[in-house]
Design a protein around this ligand. Structure first.
Ligand code: PEP
Ligand code: MN
Length: 450
């Protein structure tokens, strides 16, 4: 009676073969060209760190990730709205409870407002618990120093030593991400016990804030599910960090087994690393997690279709989010042929608007900023394109903080270039502050109900 004990080694063999195949595919993906990776000064040290990351505890659970996949499929079908928001770059020093509370409270307020306005459940996705690596346009900064690439790679301090890439930072990033995620779970559930008061009081004292009073009065029950689950995502940039802890997923979106990332529920590929022949895309193809690709104004409809074929081979609604960041002047021109061509394939993607990254500008004194009106203009264009084509404007992707920073121009207080130095605190790109974000959410609520 060796039947069952005979089956077990067979199963183990099948599993081992499956894992080997996935490991081979991952190795082949990583052998492709990679952009935006640091050169570790001590590669042996980096390998030791990667081995430790491989054995690190998960930051998110697979069941939460599978649940987000379900919720994104509802977004792709037009039955929900995705709201993503957070810092451009998280820092180790700001992994504090007050900062997380500010950003998550803001995300929850905006989500509530939009849920009411759209009459749709809103899926809250924080740019958090892993947004520690940044792609940069130039390898050196204005002082001629190696550029700051995020706390996961080097330090923002302006010395040559501080800017040297340090692989130990990947371990620190992982530790911070784990603690941030643990705190985010409780903080998100606690925020906004009395949502109506919260939203109204947010605009008290803001010049012109009463113009939204009617919208605020209509805030009723939130159609979102009772669950207070917060999802997190970050840019899948630094491949040493991202690939080390990948393991065979317990869930899949097609006939083949895939790899699960325990680092975040959602991962996206940035505008600078979306090359069709490059490693980032080949890695994303192997993931069971829902993924996104940023698409800037140089994206062709043919490229967009290629992203869809590669990243959603089995036609799973919401498996892929296309995050358009065209800039307010180009969105009406560049986005429609992309949406048309993708829609014609029959794949159901999430169309998300990032109104931040196509609208950056530099002030006379060299600060990176964005104007509130340009951000609103890109969102309006995005909604208009989807309304015209009969597709669902599925979501927003914002760089915003609940803190009272002065990084973006305009808004009800009319922030000007001279005002920015007062509280310009971002480690990378300029964020909307709490008031500007709520003003934006009210403006979007009006677009959704128009
Ligand atoms: C970002 O999201 O911070 C970013 C760098 O965006 P993009 O890849 O669209 O430029
Ligand atoms: Mn950014």
């Amino acid at each position: 009676m060796t039947h069952s004990s005979g089956a077990a080694p067979g199963e183990a063999r099948v599993r081992a073969a499956r894992e080997q195949r996935l490991a081979d595919r991952l190795a082949a993906a990583l052998a492709r060209p990679t952009a935006q990776q640091p050169e570790w000064p001590d590669p042996a040290r980096a390998r030791t760190v990667v081995a430790r990351l491989r054995a690190s505890p998960p930051i998110v659970t697979e069941s939460e990730t599978a649940q987000l996949s379900e919720r994104l499929s509802a977004v792709a079908r037009g039955e929900a709205f995705l709201l993503q928001s957070g810092d451009c770059a998280e820092t180790f020093s700001e992994a504090t409870e007050p900062h997380l509370r500010a950003n998550l409270g803001l995300l929850k307020r905006m989500a509530l407002l939009l849920a009411h306005a759209a009459g749709l459940p809103v899926v809250p996705l924080a740019r958090m618990a892993g947004q520690y690596a940044k792609p940069r346009s130039r390898p050196v900064d204005a002082d001629g120093l190696p550029v700051y690439r995020g706390d996961m790679v080097n330090s923002a301090v302006r010395t040559l030593a501080a800017r040297s890439p340090d692989p130990e930072r990947m371990l620190r990033a992982h530790g911070h991400a784990a603690r941030v995620m643990a705190l985010a779970r409780t903080v998100y559930a606690q925020e906004l016990a009395d949502p109506c008061t919260g939203i109204l009081s947010y605009l008290q004292g803001v010049p012109g804030g009463d113009r939204f009073a009617r919208t605020a009065e209509r805030i009723g029950p939130d159609p979102s599910p009772r669950s207070e689950q917060i999802y997190v995502g970050h840019e899948m940039l630094l491949l040493d960090y991202e690939c080390a802890p990948l393991h065979t997923a317990g869930f899949t979106t097609g006939p083949e087994p895939l790899l699960a990332s325990p680092l975040a529920h959602f991962l996206w590929i940035g505008e600078r690393t979306r090359g069709l022949g490059d490693a980032h895309l080949a890695v994303a193809e192997l993931l069971a997690n829902p993924v996104g690709v940023k698409i800037g104004p140089s994206t062709t409809p043919e490229q967009a279709v290629e992203y869809v074929r590669r990243l959603d081979p089995h036609g799973t609604p919401g498996r892929l989010t296309l995050i358009s960041r065209m800039g307010h002047a180009l969105v009406r021109e560049v986005l429609p042929p992309i949406v048309e061509k993708v829609t014609a394939t029959g794949h159901q993607v999430v169309w998300q608007c990032d109104p931040m990254h196509g609208n950056s500008r530099t002030t006379a004194d060299g600060r990176k900023t964005r104007h509130f009106d340009d951000i609103v203009a890109e969102i309006s264009g995005f909604f208009e394109v989807h309304r015209t084509l009969g597709t669902h404007p599925g979501g927003l992707h914002l760089e915003a903080t609940g803190e009272d920073v002065t990084e973006c121009l305009g808004g009800a207080r009319g922030l000007r270039e001279d005002d920015l130095s007062a509280r310009y605190r971002t480690a990378c790109d300029p964020r909307l502050n709490a008031e500007q974000s709520m003003e934006l959410a009210f403006t979007v609520a009006e677009l959704l109900t128009a």
